[in-house]
Design a binder for this molecule. Structure first.
Ligand SMILES: Nc1nc2c(ncn2[C@@H]2O[C@H](COP(=O)(O)OP(=O)(O)OP(=O)(O)O)[C@@H](O)[C@H]2O)c(=O)[nH]1
Ligand SMILES: [Mg+2]
Length: 239
């Protein structure tokens, strides 16, 4: 039986951690990028909470080695337990609008990345474009959002910080971006160390998981991978 393919855009403020998330997922979930595993190892170093992997550097180096056009938004492909997925890192609001509205990127869902690190994300004030990305996502017809609250290591894995950011962001998603927040899955992650990416993290044992409303009923899960597999394919498709 053929597997369903989904296109997922990774959106969020500059520096929120989009490339690191993509690099972490792609290098752990598939084998088609020859030499990527080695680049990941070359960009690893011991840090406070274990081995820190600079996945962003690894995938950026990989892309430039493959002579890809640095300005093109290329898909990063991976296989999850449920889907074949292409992830697209969206660099800014204009390219988000142009690529999705023209159909170049037919986005089925979005991972909205928000840094929990102090001075970034909600604390960046007007410099933070998280909600503008969400608003545009809704206008572009992307109804399914996974909210990844990133860089949790920099908060010392703070439950309070996560709850505060989740509550505030959901409030903004509802009020300013007109999202049905009962359909949003919120996950605290740290892609650098891999926490709550493929498996639940012992560093955030307090995390009870996400719950969301979907067509087939209520879905629940913990790591980001589950939340990605919780994105539902569009009804119009039959593959
Ligand atoms: N401590 C920590 N740093 C992180 C984490 N994720 C990303 N970073 C760092 O944050 C910076 C930005 O990460 P990127 O993944 O490049 O973010 P981005 O959203 O792709 O950035 P742009 O493409 O420039 O918009 C880099 O220095 C990363 O190493 C994390 O989970 N923990
Ligand atoms: Mg990036």
């Amino acid at each position: 039986m053929s597997r369903t393919h989904l296109n997922i855009v990774v959106i969020g403020n500059a520096g929120s951690g989009k490339s690191t998330i993509i690099g972490c997922l792609v290098s752990k979930l598939e084998g088609q990028y020859d030499g990527l595993a080695q680049l990941v190892q070359e960009n690893a170093h011991p840090e406070k909470y274990g081995t820190a992997y600079d996945y962003a550097k690894a995938i950026n180096e990989y892309a430039s080695r493959e002579n890809e056009d640095p300005d093109a938004i290329t898909p990063w492909n991976m296989e999850t337990p449920k889907y074949d997925i292409s992830l697209y890192e969206i660099p800014d609001l204009d390219s988000f609008h142009d690529n999705v509205s023209s159909g170049i990127i037919p986005a089925d869902g979005a991972i909205l990345v928000l840094s929990a690190s102090s001075g970034e994300g909600l604390e960046a004030g007007e410099n933070d474009q998280t909600i503008q990305f969400a608003k545009l996502a809704n206008e572009l017809g992307i109804s399914q959002i996974v909210l990844a609250i990133s860089k949790m290591d920099t908060t010392r894995w703070s439950e309070d910080r996560f709850n505060e950011y989740l509550k505030e962001t959901c409030h903004l998603l509802k009020r300013k971006a007109q999202y049905n927040i009962r359909a949003v899955a919120g996950v605290p992650i740290c892609a650098t160390y891999g926490d709550n990416m493929l498996e639940e993290s012992p560093n955030m044992a307090w995390y009870k998981g996400w719950t969301k409303e979907a067509r087939g009923g209520v879905l629940k899960g913990k790591p980001l991978l589950d939340a990605i597999d919780g994105v539902e394919p569009p009804v119009r498709r039959r593959n």
